[in-house]
Design a protein around this ligand. Structure first.
Ligand code: UD1
Length: 368
């Protein structure tokens, strides 16, 4: 079986790494190549992850770069079509919900190539999110839908996807977390380099258009975060688009960046091991990301999700995630509750056990 594995943006790399590792155990049955669309291209947003995760470097980089959604999607499709015609794969594997996921799915399917989607069935029901559009378009076309929880299975079946195409395998992102957890403990960034105490800080990530593209919303959130940071310094590895928006709206004064970790302390985007080290030592995580809601649930760290909806309700149902929206008052109130120790302990969802990639490869070997 000849497979093309696709990665494009930062959250794809840690999902693809265990799949490649599991495929490498069957060299006689699976031949695979890795295509990077180049949606993310900065050292800190892309290159550094391959070393961190012990992942092979991409065989092919389409180097599409940034652009509007239509431009980026179209560029990926045009470039990937040529690769499909040349390589003639039996199967394309896509992960997550970024533009690269959808663009490669449409391209492959129109050439009659089977596609597997890993992390299928997640739904926020929020059509203002580009990721929701990507998820819907991808899932309706795919031949294999690998899911992380019962909600995803139910969503897919409610949309009329035949049960035979759906496989509840667990969470590949958690495969990677569990594999690197012990090593990440030793990184030494928190106590040695930054001289902060484990449990003595919060972590923040924020890059969603709904939070950072409107100066009123972005400014309101920063004000609340600043208030929290008086009690608990907040380490903020800033996404390039967030930095750009903060500069444009004149909000950069909220950030500190000196030698001492204090206030909302800004740093460059971090590598995988550094960021895992940070989150496992944090008292609290504040985010609008998708994957971080899952990672904090497994780490048992309270997470405040600054969004009105989540495609990962299992993290609220059984995990440590609190969905509060982007109302600054609600963010503050939830942070206070957590700092007072007023939170129930979470559980790890079923099959988030480090073996999801193995299950995926098993299904592909049996069913294809
Ligand atoms: C993308 C995903 C989002 C994911 C996020 C993780 C889509 C629709 N969105 O959003 O789901 O949570 O990745 O980071 O696919 N930029 C750089 N360097 C880079 C990459 C981007 O400076 O290496 C800047 C550019 O100004 C670019 C902007 O970030 O225009 C946005 O990048 P883009 O890939 O369009 O989307 P993200 O916001 O990163």
């Amino acid at each position: 079986m000849k497979v093309i594995n696709i990665v494009g943006a930062r959250p794809n790399f840690m999902k693809m790494a265990p799949i490649i590792e599991a495929m490498n155990k069957h060299p006689e049955r699976i031949e695979h190549i890795l295509v990077h669309t180049g949606q993310h291209y900065d050292e800190k947003m892309s290159v550094s992850f391959f070393g961190d995760l012990g992942m092979p470097h991409p065989d092919i980089n389409l180097e599409v770069g940034s652009g509007s959604h239509a431009e980026q999607t179209a560029r990926i499709m045009v470039a990937f079509e040529k690769i499909c015609l040349k390589e003639k794969p039996d199967l394309v594997i896509v992960v997550g919900d970024v533009n690269s996921t959808m663009a490669c799915t449409i391209t492959a399917k129109k050439l009659g190539i089977k596609v597997a989607h890993v992390e299928a069935g997640l739904r926020s029901r929020d059509m203002t999110m580009p990721e929701e559009i990507n998820r819907l378009c991808t899932d309706v076309l795919c031949d294999f839908l690998f899911t992380t929880d019962h909600w995803a299975d139910e969503n897919l079946m409610a949309e009329g996807i035949p049960k035979e195409k759906i496989f509840f395998v667990g969470n590949v992102m958690i495969d990677t977390l569990l594999k690197h957890r012990e090593k990440a403990r030793e990184v030494g960034l928190v106590d040695k380099e930054w001289r902060i105490k484990p449990g003595g800080f919060a972590t923040l990530t924020m890059h969603r258009p709904s939070n950072v593209d409107d100066p009123g919303v972005f400014g309101g959130l920063l004000k609340a975060l600043h208030e929290i940071s008086r009690e608990l310094p907040i380490v903020f590895p800033i996404h390039p688009r967030t930095r750009k928006m903060a500069e444009q709206f004149g909000l950069s004064h909220y950030f500190s960046s000196g030698d001492t970790v204090e206030g909302i302390w800004m740093t460059e985007p971090l590598g995988y091991m550094e960021f895992l080290h940070l989150n496992m030592n944090a008292r609290l995580v504040l985010t609008d990301s998708g994957g971080l809601q899952e990672e904090t649930t497994v780490l048992g760290v309270p997470c405040i999700t600054m969004r009105n909806n989540t495609e990962r309700p299992i993290t609220c149902e059984v995990g440590t995630n609190f969905l509060v929206g982007n109302n600054p008052e609600k963010v503050l109130e939830c942070a206070r509750r957590i700092l007072e120790g007023n939170v129930p302990e979470g559980r790890v969802p079923e099959r988030w056990d480090g073996r999801a990639a193995e299950r995926i490869v098993q299904v592909l070997l049996e069913k294809r």
